[in-house]
Design a protein around this ligand. Structure first.
Ligand SMILES: [Zn+2]
Ligand SMILES: [Zn+2]
Length: 113
């Protein structure tokens, strides 16, 4: 049977536990190498490669500036830079508030009649 093993991360030098369960999982998958890095370093590497992969540059529909988006921009959908996106969100929020105020005012008018 497997026993927890303490390994040393080759990235940051921290000791981490290669648990019995993980060893079993590795054996099941046919992995012959023990993990080289602690979980924190593995996650960091994963996030780093993911970050590089998923950012796309497009032209902002509003100001013509560079918009960086975490998805592949589609031709038929406008893309906004973070500044314009924030402005649009603020505008949308203001619209929602205005609509709500109007509705309340209308209701009050109706009730007064
Ligand atoms: Zn590490
Ligand atoms: Zn913009």
């Amino acid at each position: 049977m497997y026993e927890d093993k303490t390994l040393k991360c080759k990235e940051c030098g921290a000791e981490f536990v290669f648990t019995a369960g993980e060893q079993e999982f590795y054996a099941e998958k046919g992995f012959v190498n023990e993990p080289q890095r602690c979980k924190a370093c593995r996650d960091a590497r994963k996030n780093a490669s993911r970050g590089e992969r998923e950012w796309f540059e497009a032209t902002c529909d509003e100001c013509g500036g560079i918009a960086k988006v975490p998805f592949k921009p589609r031709e038929d959908r406008p893309v906004y830079c973070s500044e314009c996106f924030a402005k649009k969100q603020a505008a949308a929020a203001a619209d929602t508030v205005a609509d709500a105020v109007e509705e309340v005012a209308e209701a009050a008018e109706e009730a007064a009649e």
